[in-house]
Design a protein around this ligand. Structure first.
Ligand code: PMP
Length: 306
């Protein structure tokens, strides 16, 4: 699914076949979850170009995650971006998922690494949730305590929490779950941030107990452009149940609406929600679709036909 005999990956300065890539089984990353990674997407734009969405933001976060985990990492954002475009081209991919991973060498102790390895893989991005609306449950798991982890780092070890919570939700017949923070306030999904709409305003939890997502930042930008009032605030799962509509957002998930939360439906249909407008705006933005131009062309055509 992720690679075949022909797939090329980037590993420590070289473009090699995925089937030839090797990792040291004594790596501290493998044993203790001490590695950092990113989840990035590239899109075929309206004009047919391949564009990595917010490459700078993702690679800066990778650098920050490595620094937070005391992992030495010296690639610049420009180098990383260039390598990724090369890799996409070598694999003939435009709509792709991009997975950079910074991991450390053999070390069975807890001492900091003196060097790191960089692995980047790309693969075809299948629609993650598509147009589907999600049935979400409140997870019994909470997000990691920010006093026990560098919660803002995208570190592999944190994802044990996501795996447990996601598996719990799926085993109970839900699509996804929502995790609270250690105080019982809504935090985020297993791999996505959450927003809700109530009386024409949009709300999302503030940074502190969440991974402040790059898609979340894009949604906030879109709200400003659309003149939608947005507020960061703490709220409980009970308050979320009174929402008019709810959605998750993340690089892989993009913007995806909820059908229900703990089996309770919302007052607005997704298609009439602000979230739906944001979903369309997000898709237009990542594919660089010129909406204004399109509208103008439509008006022009209508005039011609009149
Ligand atoms: N929260 C968590 C726990 C995540 O893993 C992700 C996915 N990276 C997100 C939120 C959304 O982040 P982004 O929009 O940067 O993909």
């Amino acid at each position: 699914m992720y690679y075949n005999d022909q797939t090329i990956v980037f590993l420590d300065g070289q473009y090699i076949k995925a089937v030839d890539a090797k990792i040291d089984l004594y790596s501290q990353s493998l044993h203790y979850g001490c590695s950092v990674f990113e989840g990035i997407r590239s899109y075929k734009t309206e004009s047919g170009e391949t564009r990595i969405f917010k490459a700078k933001d993702h690679y800066e976060r990778l650098q920050n995650s490595a620094a937070a985990m005391n992992i030495p990492f010296n690639y610049s954002v420009e180098e990383l971006t260039e390598i990724t475009y090369q890799l996409l081209s070598k694999n003939n991919l435009q709509d792709a998922y991009i997975r950079p991973l910074v991991y450390v060498p053999a070390n069975m102790s807890f001492s900091p690494a003196k060097e790191s390895h960089l692995f980047i893989a790309v693969w075809v991005m299948q629609p993650f949730f598509g147009e589907k609306l999600l049935r979400v449950m409140t997870s019994l798991f909470q997000r990691p305590n920010p006093k026990g982890f560098k919660i803002e780092a995208k570190a592999a070890g944190h994802y044990v929490n996501s795996i447990l919570a996601s598996q719990e939700a799926k085993s109970k017949g839900y699509d996804e779950c929502l995790l609270t923070d250690i105080h019982g306030f809504v935090a985020e999904g297993t791999g996505a941030n959450v927003f809700f709409e109530k009386n024409g305003k949009v709300y999302t939890p503030p940074p502190g107990n969440i991974l402040p997502g790059i898609t979340r930042a894009t949604v906030i930008e879109i709200c400003k452009e659309l003149n939608v009032e947005l507020q960061e605030k703490l709220f409980t799962p009970a308050e979320l149940k009174t929402a008019d509509a709810v959605f998750f957002c993340g690089t892989a998930a993009e913007v995806v609406g909820w059908e229900s939360f703990d089996d309770e439906k919302f007052s607005k249909s997704w298609n009439e929600s602000i979230g739906r407008t944001i979903q369309v705006a997000y898709k237009n933005r990542v594919t660089e679709k010129k909406v204004l131009q399109e509208k103008e062309e439509k008006v022009e055509k209508e005039l011609l036909n009149a």
